[in-house]
Design a protein around this ligand. Structure first.
Ligand code: ZN
Length: 305
């Protein structure tokens, strides 16, 4: 299947180097590159003098030192988390100890739905189960500091507790892993849910911010249009799955081979989870049928077929 999203994979920021991306917003790249993290996690510092840190990242000593170095002589008043994956939230505890700043997030890590009988939580999903925010945020909550205001924008899907944050003074959005310029994120049940993810994309498509700063890679430009392309891309993938199932009952490995041509072998498992997320959504909507609860090992067919 052709990729219809105009990805921007240019991102030249060296690790552990502070860069001012716009007035009142600095970023630092952690040196944790990988197939899911791209060049690494990007942490943001919002404000000047009295600042918020968004996503301090993993427990990576050079990165933590670089973050603390960047705010030397300033006061960190808020530590803000987009979601509890291990490449985003674990360093919050260290930054809190060093600065005394409280943590803010939608909530602790949780699955998007109850586990089915016999279904184990996915250990490899990278959930940070240690993190518990000092202050729990709901959609639309505002947190503010010296010259900055962040609006919490609930964007579940990649994880159940994913929050984006709109910087009101600059009309930009910190989009975490929900929308990124270099790739689409993994949406993997039970931590993630495709129905939530699509609803969160529709929600962002209606927002005004033209520029997003994601948790990995460079800024998303012309963001509302890019979000539409994301939506289009996922609908296209759903169509590919349905097209394949119209030829007969199938399982997830077969669907992955049919749909993802030339896939990086390191991403096969993630692609399977992504297809699973679509099938779970399609089953809930009554479009696709399977035996019992949808599972990664299950066989799927068109409902009524
Ligand atoms: Zn993530």
């Amino acid at each position: 299947m052709t990729d219809d999203i105009p990805y921007d994979k240019s991102f030249g920021l060296p690790a552990v180097t502070v860069e001012q991306v716009m007035p009142g917003v600095r970023r630092i790249l952690c040196n944790n590159p990988g197939p899911f993290t791209f060049k690494g996690t990007v942490s943001y510092i919002v404000g000047e003098g009295r600042v918020a840190i968004i996503d301090p990242g993993p427990v990576d000593e050079p990165h933590i030192a670089a973050l603390l170095d960047a705010v030397r002589g300033e006061t960190v008043t808020h530590i803000v988390i987009t979601h509890t994956h291990r490449d985003h939230s674990p360093a919050a505890a260290r930054i809190k100890t060093a600065t005394g700043a409280p943590t803010f997030a939608e909530g602790p890590h949780r699955a998007a739905r109850p586990l089915f009988v016999g279904e184990a939580p996915r250990q490899e999903s990278g959930g940070d189960r240690e993190f518990h925010p000092d202050t729990v945020l709901a959609d639309g909550d505002m947190i503010s500091g010296d010259g900055w205001t962040l609006e919490a924008v609930a964007t579940p899907g990649h994880t159940a507790n994913h929050m984006a944050y709109a910087l009101k003074e600059a009309n930009v959005l910190f989009s975490g892993d929900h929308v990124m310029a270099w790739s689409t994120p993994v949406v993997a049940p039970p931590d993630g849910a495709m129905s939530d993810y699509m609803a969160s994309l529709e929600k962002l498509a209606r927002r005004p911010e033209p520029i997003y700063f994601p948790g990995h890679g460079g800024a998303v430009r012309d963001a509302p249009r890019f979000v539409q392309q994301y939506i289009h891309h996922r609908r296209g993938r759903e169509q590919s799955i349905l097209h394949r199932l119209a030829k007969g009952e199938s399982d997830i490995p077969t669907l992955v081979r049919a749909i993802y041509i030339g896939l990086d072998p390191r991403l096969i498992k993630a692609a399977g989870l992504s297809v699973f997320a679509h099938l779970e959504d399609l089953t809930t909507r009554g479009v696709v049928a399977t035996e019992g609860a949808p599972s990664i090992e299950g066989r799927y067919r068109l409902a009524g077929g």
